[in-house]
Design a protein around this ligand. Structure first.
Ligand code: LLP
Length: 436
């Protein structure tokens, strides 16, 4: 469970009252519960007890260094998708031997950096990628671990933008090609086939597609195993859904029960890449009402956070619960209450800049504080500076104390790389300051 409770007329994160916190750190601000994150990581492992899975937290969900450190201490490995994420997990104290490198477009520089520190496996998604990885490995005299990412053609029944495991998606290779690709890896002197991986999508709230995808992936791994002495990992990716509105998000134990029979006794070690389920419900965004406004029949509440701070409603029609921090308690989970509906919108100059549409909310006035729930995943990481808006701070709460683990960005930070006086130059022409 998450650690956000409405007690004595105000919302708390663990024991910290969020109105007082907003008074100290300002708004908008992201606030995360350390206890919730630790608890989710631990309970996920416990649900799969006996299978001893390697839990590689998907860094893309929330890559704040303090969050990564906390999860490394809780025993997580990491799933990374870029050289930047590699640098982050190393800074956070990760053991490279528990890091898997995913992504359809790894650069040679990224491959080299990951090989040099010795990541556990590269999740390879195409023939060309395998060839380039093999060439980089040969050049460096390395023999990196490889997992082939297959696309088991299972419909995860989630939003089309976050579906990855169907034939028409850009990710992975189909099962037949996957077998051929795995055999190509096996035949390569500088690659070590260590696993088969799949990941069918994100925010999936039905365990059946998982069990199906993992079974298809397992069958391929077992077919290959006789010829592949180092093939020891079955990586089932991430994608477990959470509660945003009224979804019946499965419990950790539901996933474990569905997957246990598929993988038990198959002789392969289970790897998973969960992101959202660990951090999603561990975060809220605090934002203040700037103005109220009525236009025709519509009521707008304009707040100081916009689509640049929380993109999910505009991009995926994502629903985030929200409620005033101070005042009457929120309705029970899954219910909206019977207040008049309003659109909660931000200050960004786009009609798509909304956090909620037609949402029944108590009347709020200028300066009131609103908490937007379930923003621990895919929120701060997807933020931008659109409209020259500095990114909000990230605050980690643990018990009755808090730490600002990322400061509010300053305008100077945004302007830092701009060079309006940069001299024009012809192609190939050196200018003052170039390295000789
Ligand atoms: N592994 C791979 C290969 C992935 O592509 C992803 C997510 C994960 C693991 C972690 O998935 P999770 O357990 O967090 O569902 N921005 C979107 C979600 C994009 C997910 C991308 N890949 C959103 O806000 O809903």
């Amino acid at each position: 469970m998450d650690q956000f409770t409405h007690t004595n007329g105000r919302l708390h994160c663990e024991q910290v009252p969020l109105d007082a916190l907003a008074g100290e750190v300002g708004t908008p601000a992201y606030v995360y519960s350390a206890t919730t994150m630790r608890d989710h990581a631990t309970r996920l492992k416990e649900a799969f007890a006996g299978l001893d899975p390697l839990v590689c937290y998907a860094v893309k969900a929330n890559s704040n260094l303090a969050v990564l450190e906390l999860l490394a201490k809780a025993g997580c490995g990491f799933d990374i998708v870029s050289g930047g994420e590699l640098a982050r997990v190393l800074l956070a104290g990760a053991d490279p031997a528990s890091v898997v490198f995913s992504g359809v477009g790894k650069s040679e520089a990224e491959m080299k950096a990951a090989m040099e520190v010795g990541v556990l496996m590269f999740n390879v998604e195409s023939e060309e990628e395998l060839d380039v990885l093999g060439a980089v490995a040969t050049f460096l005299g390395e023999k990196p671990g490889v997992a082939i990412r297959v696309n088991p053609d299972v419909d995860p029944k989630t939003h089309r933008y976050i579906t990855t495991g169907k034939k028409e998606n850009k990710f992975g290779v189909d099962l037949d090609r996957g077998e051929a690709l795995a055999r190509r890896a096996l035949a390569h002197d500088h690659l070590t086939l260590r696993g088969i991986q799949c990941h069918i999508g994100s925010q999936i709230t039905d365990v059946a597609p998982y069990a199906e995808a993992v079974a298809r992936t397992r069958d391929l791994a077992l077919r290959l195993k006789a010829d592949a002495p180092h093939l020891e990992y079955l990586n089932m990716g991430g994608g477990y859904g959470i509660f945003y509105k009224d979804e019946k998000a499965p419990a950790f134990s539901d996933y474990a029960e569905a997957i246990r029979p598929v993988v038990a006794d198959c002789g392969l070690k289970l790897v998973m890449e969960p992101g959202r389920i660990i951090v999603g419900n561990a975060g809220v965004m605090l934002t203040r009402v700037v103005f109220n406004k009525t236009s025709g029949a519509k009521k707008f509440v304009i707040v100081d956070a916009g689509m640049n701070d929380l993109l999910r409603p505009s991009l995926y029609e994502g629903y985030h619960r929200m409620w005033p921090v101070v005042g009457e308690p929120p309705p029970p989970l899954g219910e909206e209450g019977d207040h008049d509906p309003v659109d909660v919108v931000g200050p960004v100059c786009e009609s798509g800049d909304f956090l909620a549409q037609n949402r029944p909310l108590p009347t709020m006035v200028r300066g009131d504080l609103l908490a937007v729930m379930s923003v621990g995943a895919y929120t701060a990481v997807m933020g931008s500076n659109y409209n020259d808006r500095p990114r909000p701070p990230e605050v980690l709460v643990d018990g009755d104390r808090y730490a600002v683990v990322r400061e509010r960005e300053k305008h100077a930070d945004i302007l830092g790389n701009e060079r309006p006086d940069a001299p024009y130059r012809a192609i190939g022409e050196a200018t003052e300051g170039d390295a000789s």
